[in-house]
Every structure is written in C-alpha cells, then in structure tokens.
Design a protein around this ligand. Sequence first.
Ligand code: SF4
Length: 221
Amino acid sequence: MPPGRPSDLMAYHRVLAGKLGPQHWWPAETPFEVIVGAILTQNTSWKNVEAAIANLKREKLLSPIAMERVSVRRLERLIRSSGYFRQKAKKLKAFVRFLRLEYGGALKRMFRTPTAELREKLLGVHGIGPETADSILLYAARKEVFVVDAYTKRILSRHGWTEEDVDYEEMRSLVEDNLPRDVSLYNEFHAQFVQVGKNWCRPRDPRCSECPLGPFLEASS
Ligand code: SF4
C-alpha cells in the first residue's frame, strides 16, 4: 500500500462530496458541445472557452455539419478568446472530418464503439491527446474512463500515491484501480479534484490547513 493511502480513493470522494456538494459537470447542453469544449479548453481557462462557445452557439455552429461547413477563417475568429485559435480551429475541423469519415457524422454511432477501440481512434485524430480523448469518452460518451489532469497528479503525488511526473496512463490506472468503475463517480471525482486544485492545492504554497483533504495528508506523513 503506498504511503498516505488511507484505504481507497472513495474516502477522498466522500469527504469532498460533503464539503463541495454536486459539481454538475460537464457544463454543456449537448455531447457535441462537450467535445468542442474539451478541445477548446486545452492550455486555457474555462472562462476563455465560455466566450468562444457562446459565439459558436449564437452563430448556430455547434453541430458537426455546421462546423465542417464553416470557413476556417470564420471559425478562427469565433474561437479567438480560447487562445491558440488557429491550431484549435484545425483541431475542430479534424474532429468533425473524422466523425464524418468514420461514423457518417453521427455521434451516437461513434459512442457505440467499444471504449478501447474508440480511445485509440480518437488518439489518432489531429490535436486529441489522452486528456482530451478521455474527456470526450467520459463526459460526452459516458464511458468508464477517468480523466487525469495536472490537478490529479499534483494532489495524489503530494499525498504519497505517486510521483508528480507520473506517466498519464499509469496515473489513470491508479485512479481507476482505486475507485469503483462508475461513470457518475469518475465524473464527480475529476470535478472535485479540479476544485481542490483551484482552491487549495496550488502549485506553490498549498493551503493544507484549510483544505478538506488535509486530514489525509496528515495520515500520510
Ligand atoms: S492543499 Fe494540501 S491537503 Fe489539500 S490536496 Fe493539496 S497537499 Fe493535500
């Protein structure tokens, strides 16, 4: 058993659920909006993504067909607030092209693909790395895949579960092996860790004395 491990990650989840309440992720009206958000949020804050999504919604471009038809220039203008907008426009275009070629443009068909196979295919699309692929799988397709991010690594390394430079896949397996396989639970747990990372577990000067996970840290030392 790694140092700092009280029993399993459910203990962390229960404490955070009591402190934070339901997280209601992902903030989107449709699975396609989740996917667009997952691409746009790369290397930027969600606040910057919201403005881009609002533009796309206003211009009625939040559908695979509309997004494939819109010109790259116009798409770039509309998502400018999300940063790296030229690369992200290319990524959005690459995804909708992939969706059309592989699944006739139908997300429902894509979601019926077995999880491991779909994950491999998504990772082959330009601009989709492991975190984006897993966000799509969990939050749009509702598959049992945990989404690892920098917060997950920081929190669990500080609690002795692993090293902060742990490989993505190793971290994902570690979390999945220590939680019941449950889409809603993975959804909540990821969102809870984002809150902990934003509010308490900062890169420097973590506020452990105020953090709900403080008792677990004490148990690990
Ligand atoms: S702030 Fe401290 S107690 Fe909270 S998660 Fe980070 S290391 Fe743990």
